[in-house]
Design a binder for this molecule. Structure first.
Ligand code: NDP
Length: 453
């Protein structure tokens, strides 16, 4: 490795992918620096996966307390209160703890952390404030940022970034969008007692998920009192900073206490100076890379949300490992984007891996579909009207399980295990010959015998 430059690798962005790449590369003997302008750990740790899951736990605790009554606990409803500021403060303390861990991890790995906003002066030079650093390799790992559609009044719309630090909960809220973040936040707000309306422009939210999962989730969310309005979009918003009047495309008006947009995220490349150096951006604004994270400029690579692959922490982590091997290791290892399992932490949760029924049919498979809907055991005594769904998409000819989908408590936990089987190419016969764990919901995945289609 060259000694002429300050570093072997400068990574811009200390999120999931950037930190993993930094640590793995430093462990291989590379001189590594990470430049970060905001917070260590990126979106996932600070305004994404981690605080979101803590808020989901917080909001679900209300149901757990109610459910305890059926199990003999006396829970006088009028004595149960909720303190939003305490939840936010406790969440903030946990995030600070994690920031510290990330800092120490990088320090212990021998990675130099440079605080500030980076731009590229040339293909091997990074400028941060009045400092200039040279490096053999530069990796763009700057992640993504929420997008708010262009409507009059968009400046008063909050995004997930601000929701994590909301000073107080409103009585009513509108969540705008029908993807991961919208359904998760609608569940969080409703669980905390906020009268919640979710607005989605299409016919049914969660586009890209299995249709049964989408229908079932909509029905379960409605049972929890969330007002789901599909086929409608926001036209404009007016506010006096306490109340919001939201005009919709169907001509109706909604009055609410907050509007949150969860309408997608764009690649964060502002001010880096990439295009000036010859790094290409796609029409959607993502950094264009080849299968090896290589941009059009030989010394510059990119990974994570900024390159437009699935915006998921585990994907960025895996990319960090592969790129580190490529830059400083044996060069082996490829990313495999097939059958990426994912969970949506709406309530109840969604867990999914592999092909949806529609995708499998489109790909020409003749299918057997297994589907089971049931009341989870916990709710026999709790009396809660909540059901679970499990579905297997099986290729009739090869018997291979192409997809597994679930809506229900702990769907993410269950799906992670099923994902290993699907990745290994398991057949339905192998699922059937697997002994169930009783009594669990998960055993349903190995006991569905009669195809419904
Ligand atoms: P998504 O891409 O999941 O969803 C965006 C939603 O906004 C879609 O319903 C989309 O509608 C809608 N939308 C987009 N543009 C407009 C517009 N102009 N007007 C009205 N609606 C619009 O994005 P999110 O912001 O929810 O999340 C970003 C990414 O973060 C996710 O894709 C996911 O990869 C990741 N994430 C993962 C989580 C997890 O793993 N649990 C949790 C949270 C986020 P349409 O479908 O019609 O295009």
């Amino acid at each position: 490795m060259s000694d002429k430059q300050d570093f072997d690798l400068i990574i811009i962005g200390a999120g999931s992918g950037g930190v993993r790449l930094a640590r793995m590369s430093a462990a291989k003997g590379a001189r590594v620096a990470v430049v970060e302008s905001r917070y260590l750990g990126g979106t996932c740790v600070n305004v994404g996966c981690v605080p979101k899951k803590l808020f989901v736990y917080g909001s679900h605790a209300g149901e757990d307390i109610e459910d305890a009554a059926g199990y003999g606990w006396n829970v006088p409803g009028d004595q149960v209160t909720f303190d939003w500021t305490r939840l936010v403060a406790n969440k903030n303390a946990e995030i600070e703890r994690l920031n510290g861990i990330y800092g120490r991890m990088l320090e212990n790995a021998g990675v130099t952390v440079i605080e500030g906003t980076a731009s590229l002066a040339d293909a091997n030079t990074v400028v941060v404030g009045d400092q200039t650093f040279t490096s053999k390799h530069i990796t763009i790992a700057t992640g993504s940022w929420p997008v708010v559609p262009e409507v009059p009044g968009k400046e008063c719309v909050l995004t997930s970034n601000e929701m994590f630090y909301l000073p107080q909960l409103p009585k009513q809220a509108v969540v705008w969008g029908g993807g991961y973040i919208a359904v998760e936040f609608a569940g969080i707000l409703a669980g905390l007692g906020v009268e919640t309306t979710l607005l989605y422009r299409g016919e049914l939210f969660l586009r890209g998920f299995d249709d049964d999962v989408r229908d079932f989730t909509a029905s379960e969310m409605r049972k929890k009192g969330i007002n789901l309005r599909f086929g409608v979009n926001i036209e404009s918003i007016e506010t006096d900073n306490a109340h919001y009047a939201v005009d919709l495309t169907d001509g109706s008006r909604l009055n609410t206490g907050l509007v949150m947009a969860a309408t997608g995220r764009r690649a964060l490349v502002d001010g880096l100076g990439l295009e000036e150096l010859g790094v290409q951006l796609s029409a959607s604004g993502h950094v264009v890379v080849d299968d090896h994270f290589q941009t059009a400029v030989p010394s510059i690579t990119a990974l994570g949300d900024v390159i437009g692959t699935p915006q998921l922490t585990p994907v960025a982590l895996a990319q960090g490992m592969v790129l580190s091997r490529r830059l400083f290791g044996d060069g082996k290892g490829e990313m495999d984007y097939s059958s990426i399992p994912t969970a949506v932490f709406c309530q109840p949760n969604i867990g999914t891996v592999g092909l949806t029924e529609a995708e499998a049919r489109e790909a020409g498979h003749k299918l057997r579909i297994y589907r089971s809907e049931f009341k989870p055991m916990k709710h026999t005594l709790s009396g809660r009207d909540e059901r679970s769904l499990m579905k297997l998409v099986v290729d009739d000819e090869s018997d291979r399980v192409l997809g597994a989908h679930m809506v229900g408590p702990d769907a993410g936990e269950i799906t992670q295990g099923i994902a290993v089987a699907i990745k290994a190419g398991a057949t339905k016969a192998q699922f059937d010959s697997t002994i169930g764990i009783h009594p669990t919901s998960a055993e349903e995945f190995v006991t569905m015998r009669d195809p419904v289609a």
